[in-house]
Every structure is written in structure tokens, then in C-alpha cells.
Write a protein that binds this ligand. Structure first.
Ligand code: ACM
Length: 511
């Protein structure tokens, strides 16, 4: 019997005997929230309503329970011909067990005298994540994506057992979160996007709605205010806080290649160059601004993390950059939050000691990026790994697609997205130094949910497996196994409305 197609691969999975039939009479018992999620999933997948609240149980029962005691987010799932039980160590574990159940649900073709229907193969699964933090990132600054799109993105992430949504809320092209302390930010700096496309912003109620929607699916929201670079938009609202843009050869080259105008202080920037903007590092007014913005953001955000950026500050001297990152991480730690910064901030000594570093270099590091990343771990903190040439989801999946970019070593195939191990990226940093894995989607070329789906699926499944599953070398943790399991998910993704790209590396099931 083949191993059932579960992605990310569970810690332990065994096949055992006759399947469980899923019919209109299937009873769903136990935890009410989990039962509601399961019914929604069954209805989407089957187009009918097996497992209705009124199922008599005459063909079997699916029992959903929480039994504290196991590892956080873990679950056990057993299925045989008469019963399915999913037991979570906590509500998240039970939720993940239900995502697994949705993937196990299989269409039966029917034989003479037996109608086509649905079943769950008989299995025994014991599952728990390898890493505590499993994130996806959506850049709502280069192109704004509204609440409904963000909710759809959350649903997609939750189905693969991600537990963090990082929102890149600010960048040179726009400021996307309403702040009462600094209303000019959204009033004056939110209306544009890359390429002259419309902008937008989240009201505080929108932001709260996203947080609640994510929480109901066991994701935290990690908001990012990118500092002290990637801040040109602030010059539209508070020009006194921003330095003049630094126009390097690299800025000119990107604008020559992708179009648009050079950045001008106080005017909207709609092109794709990076690294030219900086806040005034030493001004009192900047300190007051940071206290307002980060203080209000900390109040609005129930999750433990605030992301402070710190990437590509090419117009800021190393000394100023270090002083700034030290100041801003200390401010955020004082607000009771754990700061996250991109790995460049590892060059600064005296960051707040809890600061988590997010590595976005390559799987084989170049240019000393690994040294900056290692500094976080040496200081007693941890890393999030987002190697750009593996799991930057905005990289092209094929050279001819208008979507995506190629700076991270050209086209990123699904195989390349898959074949890396978090514990082998930064020498000397193994599982204990790694908080988790995050797959970012930057949106220079991404305008809507269709574009998101086309870039994200199927490669996001590789990131999910890097974050959740046992290390490569464990049984089933191979590209060959992954491509077979992902291919089998095509019909589920289609029934969930996910417009994935059917990459030719993978044999896609059709039913
Ligand atoms: C980054 O890609 N600049 C974090």
C-alpha cells in the first residue's frame, strides 16, 4: 500500500487495513470548533455534506478531542473501517490533525453495486512540528492586498500547518496600517503601489479582523515596520524625518531595467529599486516617531513579535545603522515584545538580547551573511531561516512567466525549494539555534490572489515541510516522495479554490 499523501510529511505515519467510509451518515463528535472546521473542509472537498451534524454514525464516527500532555501543536490520528479519532495535545494540534484528515480524504471510483464515494485510508499518525515558528510573509507595501485576500492567504497557510503570518506593512512604496498617533502616514503615504497601481491601507478594525481570523486558524500575526531604510513613504507624510534619497548605480540600474522614476524626497515612489532611503538616525523627532509608531503597534498586536526590518540600509553608515538597531530593538523589548530583524542587524553589537534574526541569504551563504546571522545565536537568541534561493516565493518558477523576479540565482524550481535542510544553512547553527522557517512573498509583480496562488503553490509546500517535518534523511523526507505527495494534493487545492501552477516537475493527480 502506498503511503498516503500528507504534506508536510508527518513525524510518523503507518498504513493499516481497511479504509473508513465517509458518507452522509458519518457522525462528527467532540470539539465544536474543530468539528466546524472539518465540516467546512469536507463540504469544500466533496461538494456535498458528509459528516453532517445529524449523521447517525451508522457508517462510523469521527471523534475530535483535545487531550493535554503531548508536545505543543502535536496530534495523533487513527483511522480504521469503523472509526476515525483525532486527538490534539492542544487546540492547534487538533486543528492540524483536521488539515491532515482533509488531505487523506480520497475519492473512490465505485465498483459494480457500490457507488463512487469518499473514504479515509486506514492509518496511524503521530505528528508534531520540528520547529516552533513556521511562517509565511505577505508584502502588502509594494502592492496592497486587502482583508479578503489576506484571509484567503491565511486559509492557505493554515492548511499546511503554518502558524505565523508576517505582514510587511511598510516600504518605500507605501504605508499600509492606520495609526492614530501618526494619522498622516495613511492619509498621505498609502495611495500608491509599484507600477502606478492603486494602494490602500488597513484600518485598525481591518487589522484586528485579520488578527482574529488568523488566531481562529492558529496563526499569530507578526507586523513589520521596516526601519531605518525602506522608509521613503514616510517622507510623504513626515518629510522632516527622512534623509534625501541616496541614488546609487544599483538604484539607477534597477529603474532602467524595470521602469519608473528615480526617488524624490516627498513624492510617491512607484518603482522597484531598494536601499536608497533612510530615516534621520540621530534626530529627536525620529525618536518620538518611533516611540509613537512602535508603541501603538505593540498595543494593537497580541502576538509576541514585532519585526523591525533592518535590511538593505545602503544609504546609512554602518555606525549609524548599528546605533539605530540597538536603540529600536531595545525600545521594542521594553514594550514587552520580542524584536525580529533581518540578518543584516547581526552586524550591530548590543541589540536587545532577545532579538531574533531572519536570514534571507542563500542556502550556501555568500558575502558574510552567515556571519551576521550567526551573531544572533552567539548572543543567545535564535534564527528564522528564509533562504532566498529556496523559499522566496516571489522568485520565478519558470523563465517565461511574467510573474516573479530572478535575482536569487535565477528560476527557483520546486525541487530547489525542497532540497535544503534548515540545520545545514548557517554553519554551527543547528536545530537548537533555529526558531523556525518562513517563506516570504514580496509583491513587486504580484497584483491579486491569482498572482499569489500562481507563485506560492506548490512551492510553499516545500517550505511547510522544511518547517514541520523531520530532517531530510528521515523516512519519506525525499524529493521523490514529496513530488508524489504534492501531486496528489492538486484536486484538494482545486476544490479549495487555489489556483496553483501545475509545475511539470510534479505529476498532478486529476481526481
Ligand atoms: C529582503 O529581501 N530585503 C529582506
Amino acid at each position: 500500500m502506498p503511503t498516503p499523501a500528507v504534506v508536510p510529511l508527518p513525524a510518523s505515519i503507518a498504513r493499516r487495513g481497511a479504509p473508513f467510509p465517509v458518507t452522509a451518515e458519518t457522525a462528527i463528535a467532540g470539539d465544536a470548533d474543530a468539528a466546524a472546521h472539518l465540516r467546512t473542509l469536507l463540504a469544500a472537498r466533496t461538494g456535498a455534506a458528509p459528516g453532517s451534524a445529524t449523521g447517525s454514525g451508522s457508517t462510523g464516527t469521527i471523534a475530535l478531542t483535545i487531550a493535554p500532555g503531548g508536545a505543543p501543536e502535536s496530534y495523533r490520528l487513527t483511522a480504521d473501517a469503523t472509526a476515525v479519532t483525532v486527538t490534539g495535545a492542544d487546540a492547534a494540534g487538533l486543528f492540524y490533525g483536521i488539515q491532515t484528515l482533509g488531505q487523506l480524504l480520497t475519492k473512490t471510483t465505485g465498483t459494480t453495486g457500490t457507488p463512487a464515494g469518499w473514504e479515509i485510508p486506514a492509518v496511524e499518525i503521530d505528528d508534531a512540528p520540528r520547529f516552533a515558528y513556521r511562517g509565511v510573509m505577505l508584502d502588502v507595501a509594494r502592492h496592497f492586498h486587502g482583508v479578503d485576500t489576506v484571509k484567503a492567504f491565511i486559509d492557505r497557510a493554515a492548511s499546511l500547518k503554518f502558524n505565523a503570518l508576517h505582514l510587511h506593512l511598510t516600504d518605500d512604496q507605501g504605508w499600509r496600517l492606520e495609526l492614530r498617533s501618526r494619522p498622516e502616514l495613511t492619509a498621505k503615504a498609502s495611495s500608491t503601489s509599484v507600477g502606478g497601481d492603486p494602494g490602500g491601507f488597513f484600518t485598525q478594525d481591518d487589522y484586528r479582523e485579520i488578527i482574529a481570523y488568523a488566531a481562529a486558524r492558529h496563526l499569530i500575526v507578526v507586523p513589520e515596520i521596516d526601519l531605518p531604510g525602506h522608509t521613503h513613504a514616510i517622507s510623504l507624510a513626515y518629510p522632516e524625518l527622512s534623509e534625501e534619497p541616496v541614488i546609487s548605480d544599483q538604484v539607477r540600474e534597477i529603474i532602467r531595467r524595470y521602469g519608473g522614476e528615480l526617488p524624490v524626497h516627498g513624492r510617491p515612489f512607484e518603482s522597484m529599486a531598494v536601499g536608497f532611503s533612510s530615516l534621520k538616525i540621530h534626530d529627536e523627532a525620529t525618536s518620538a516617531f518611533l516611540a509613537d509608531v512602535l508603541g501603538e503597534l505593540a498595543e494593537l498586536t497580541p502576538g509576541p513579535y514585532l519585526h523591525l526590518g533592518g535590511d538593505e540600509c545602503l544609504g546609512t553608515s554602518p555606525e549609524d545603522f548599528a546605533a539605530f538597531m540597538q536603540r529600536v530593538t531595545t525600545l521594542v523589548a521594553g514594550l514587552g515584545k520580542t524584536p525580529i530583524t533581518w540578518h543584516e542587524a547581526g552586524a550591530a553589537t548590543d541589540l536587545a538580547p532577545t532579538t531574533v534574526g531572519q536570514y534571507w541569504g542563500f542556502v550556501s551563504p555568500v558575502g558574510g551573511m552567515d556571519e551576521k546571522a550567526r551573531a544572533f545565536v552567539r548572543g543567545g537568541a535564535q534564527l528564522i531561516l528564509s533562504p532566498a534561493d529556496a523559499i522566496y516565493l516571489d522568485m520565478k518558477f519558470d523563465a517565461d512567466s511574467p510573474l516573479g523576479l530572478t535575482w536569487a540565482r535565477g528560476v527557483t524550481t520546486a525541487q530547489r525549494a525542497y532540497e535544503w535542510d534548515p540545520a545545514r544553512v548557517i554553519e554551527g547553527v543547528g536545530d537548537a539555534g533555529i526558531l523556525g522557517v518562513e517563506a516570504p512573498l514580496w509583491t513587486e509583480t504580484v497584483r491579486d490572489l491569482g498572482d499569489i496562488d500562481a507563485l506560492v503553490f506548490p512551492r510553499v509546500a516545500a517550505a511547510a515541510e522544511a518547517g514541520w517535518s523531520p530532517a531530510p534523511g528521515s523516512a519519506g523526507r525525499t524529493w521523490e516522495s514529496f513530488r508524489a505527495r504534492v501531486g496528489a494534493l492538486g484536486p484538494l487545492w482545486t476544490s479549495l479554490g487555489i489556483g496553483f501552477t501545475p509545475l511539470p516537475e510534479i505529476d498532478w493527480a486529476t481526481d
